[in-house]
Design a protein around this ligand. Structure first.
Ligand code: NAD
Ligand code: 89V
Length: 350
């Protein structure tokens, strides 16, 4: 590890060379001070393709061979959830820091075990939870944190679309748990970034698309510790002439003003007495990004930049393992509420 030598780039390896990993590789290549030196996929030709395309020298189909041959500071795991436990265990065993995609670990019990393991081995664990890193959402979080609208008493974080996500990610159609686990997890994390941890929640789900196994709509009502009531609503069954995919829209009412983050990153701030300001929060998109994915792709660069800065400063990144446990537990609580019809108190880290 070279955390004490700021002149040396951090040496990383990407594990899992599928649909989303391409964004992570592009983002690493946008950042200074980080060198991706290896890629690994259990299907060798996928690793070879990424290695060729991104000019990465180390190509592996086996992580143990990679750890044996490549000195690494970190791994960036973009393999699916069922692979997380074995990959995190291997990286922790080799003393290598870890970034791992959402939804982490597959269960709260496994997540807890892996977080504790990383702590015991002295390696950092960060979950790639990127939606809170979108430019416009960060701005809204900053305004709320600075008290610009007073105490927020109501929030709504809304993600409604009819975009065919199954075309790029066919595995999503097979998941018995779909929208809360895959997408709602991001929206719930935005609610936590805005209003903090959750005391209790209730949830209703439905499946509109008969061709998939899991639920494709969910409406979740959260009561945050700080007293805010927030509605998180998600749908992949919504027909809209102008589909906002993959934007999250936000409404917040505070004791001294309101915020509305609408389509195409337009933020309205309503002041007591009737005043209103409008700002366009469209960021500069990464050169390699493509609509409609740019908003997600830009958030990947932001998350990875922050991770590298935190790594160099020796501090935990915002979505470190224990933080993300409290988002993952909202997912579990939402499914339990939908199944039982009860209000559920989510588990907390420690
Ligand atoms: P994918 O199926 O396209 O790619 C996964 C890759 O991992 C495949 O190439 C597969 O061969 C490889 N793999 C599986 N097990 C492995 C192992 N043990 N070792 C090495 N390689 C292994 O999946 P995807 O759509 O790229 O999704 C991957 C992860 O990214 C999922 O957890 C998904 O939820 C997440 N994701 C996140 C976002 C986001 O915005 N954060 C968006 C899409 C997907
Ligand atoms: O972000 C995700 O996890 C993606 C998508 C935006 C398509 O839901 O799977």
């Amino acid at each position: 590890m070279n955390e004490n030598n700021p002149n040396e780039p951090l040496r990383g390896a990407l594990i899992g060379c599928g649909f989303f990993a391409r964004n992570q590789l592009h983002a690493w290549q946008d950042l200074t001070g980080v060198a991706l030196v290896a890629v690994c996929d259990r299907e060798l030709e996928r690793a070879e393709r990424f290695g060729r395309e991104f000019g990465i020298p180390g190509i592996f189909s086996d992580v143990e061979a990679m750890f044996a041959q490549c000195p690494l500071d970190f791994v960036d795991i973009a393999a699916p959830t069922p692979a997380h436990a074995a990959l995190v265990e291997a990286a922790a065993h080799h003393g290598v820091d870890i970034i791992c995609q959402k939804p982490f670990a597959g269960s709260l019990e496994t997540a807890r075990r892996l977080i504790n393991l990383c702590e015991a081995r002295g390696v950092s664990l960060t979950i790639h939870e990127n939606f809170r890193w979108q430019h416009a959402i960060r701005d809204v979080v900053r305004l709320v944190d600075k008290g610009e609208i007073g105490r927020p008493f109501f929030g709504r974080v809304s993600y409604r679309s009819g975009f065919d996500v199954f075309a790029n990610q066919p595995y999503l159609a097979e998941l018995p748990r779909f929208i809360i686990q895959d997408l709602g997890i991001h929206v719930l994390d935005i609610a936590r970034a805005l209003f903090g941890d959750v005391a209790h929640l209730s949830c209703e789900t439905d499946r509109i698309n008969p061709a998939i196994k899991g639920e494709d709509t969910a409406t979740i009502m959260l009561r945050h510790d700080a007293g805010t009531t927030c509605v998180v609503d998600c749908s992949y069954a919504t027909t809209l002439a102008e589909d906002p995919f993959p934007q999250s829209l936000i409404e917040i009412d505070g004791a001294s003003g309101s915020l509305r983050l609408g389509r195409d990153f337009v933020l309205e701030r309503h002041r007591p007495g009737g005043g209103k300001e409008r700002r366009d929060l469209t960021p500069d998109w990464p050169a390699w990004s493509e609509q409609p994915w740019s908003v997600i792709q830009e958030s990947v660069v932001n998350l990875q930049r922050d991770w590298a800065e935190c790594r160099r400063a020796g501090r935990a990144a915002a979505t470190h393992g224990a933080d993300n446990f409290n988002t993952l537990s909202l997912v579990e609580a939402a499914y339990r509420s939908a199944e039982t019809g009860q209000t559920v108190v989510p588990q907390r880290w420690r």
